[in-house]
Design a protein around this ligand. Structure first.
Ligand code: NAD
Length: 290
């Protein structure tokens, strides 16, 4: 296939490289002028999109996605696929899909889980929203860049799945960290706490697979001085998107709201920026009840 790839950052560059390795012709564009081995550089987003069978976008946020979509949709050939893998608000995803459909394109919102490691290894999980025809058009590319793609429903359903998942992740990471900090103060050994909780009803991905306590459980960013991994800044972004969506859908999400506020304070006021999102544990460790 001829593929246009727009946004060659931490995630986009390794994803584009995997498409090249699989034998596709990839033309890429990034405003930062990034170059990726094997990816043909384009001078603009519209140039990268012209003549492509599928265009993939991997951009920072919904406003940028909407601006880029405005440039590329008129340049694309009817029948082509437009696959947005960025994490953005549901409203932007739906408005881009609507404009793309009007132009005869096959749009899919397909945010990912798996981080930079999953992007490099080609083991991402895609959660996709769009028509069956659009999903089928994108599926062979999902199979190269990832290990699983779930068709979640119509336009916006992929983003909805992503922010609901990450709201659970943010809330459970905070719960796991505050429980470790309480255990410390009660004189309970962290390894014993892990041995019990990881095999009891408090178990979770954050405890069992990504334990925030250094030296406990499988290797995680906690064992690497909390270098990300998944940065607290990105968790804050996703929690904000969940709260924006909850507001527009009139959903009551008190735990998600509090998690968003705690990560906001952590990132903006407490030196959490650039640290892994599990660095909430040293934050709680230092604090008292007040
Ligand atoms: P990044 O900042 O490394 O990459 C974004 C790239 O987009 C940058 O290289 C930037 O120069 C480029 N860009 C910005 N405006 C542009 C424009 N108008 N035209 C072309 N290029 C433009 O971010 P990332 O970590 O690669 O994340 C990309 C998306 O994936 C985000 O939406 C993020 O939330 C999501 N995501 C990231 C991770 C992760 O672990 N990094 C995990 C899951 C999802």
């Amino acid at each position: 296939m001829k593929i246009g790839f727009i946004g060659l950052g931490n995630m986009g560059a390794p994803m584009a490289a995997n498409l090249v390795k699989a034998g596709h012709e990839v033309t890429g564009f990034d405003t930062a002028g990034v170059s990726v081995a094997g990816v043909i550089p384009a001078a603009s987003a519209a140039e990268a999109a012209t003549g492509a069978d599928v265009v993939i976008t991997m951009l920072p946020n919904g406003a940028i996605l909407r601006a880029v979509a405005g440039e590329i949709i008129p340049a694309m050939t009817p029948g082509a696929g437009l696959v947005d893998c960025s994490t953005v608000d549901v409203t932007s995803a739906r408005s881009v899909a609507e404009a793309a459909e009007k132009a005869g394109l096959l749009p899919v919102d397909a945010p990912v889980s798996g981080g930079v490691g999953g992007a490099a290894a080609g083991t991402l999980t895609f959660m996709a929203g769009g028509s069956a025809a659009a999903f089928e058009k994108a599926r062979p590319l999902f199979e190269i860049m990832g290990q699983k793609a779930v068709h979640c429903g119509d336009a916006g359903a992929g983003q909805a799945a992503k922010i609901c998942n990450n709201m659970i992740l943010g809330v459970t990471m905070i719960a796991t960290c505050e429980a470790f900090a309480l255990a410390d103060k009660l004189g309970l050994d962290r390894q014993k706490m892990f041995d019990v909780v990881s095999t009891s009803s408090g178990y979770s991905w954050t405890m069992n697979a990504y334990c925030p306590a250094p030296g406990v459980g499988p290797k995680s960013p906690a064992d690497n001085d909390y270098k990300p991994g998944f940065a607290a800044d990105l968790m804050l972004k996703d929690l904000r998107l969940s709260q924006q969506a909850a507001e527009s859908a009139d959903a009551d999400t008190p735990m998600g709201q509090l998690a968003a506020e705690l990560y906001r304070r952590f990132v903006e006021d407490e030196d959490g920026a650039g640290r892994d999102f599990s660095a909430m544990l040293p934050r709680f460790e230092k604090r008292g009840r007040a």
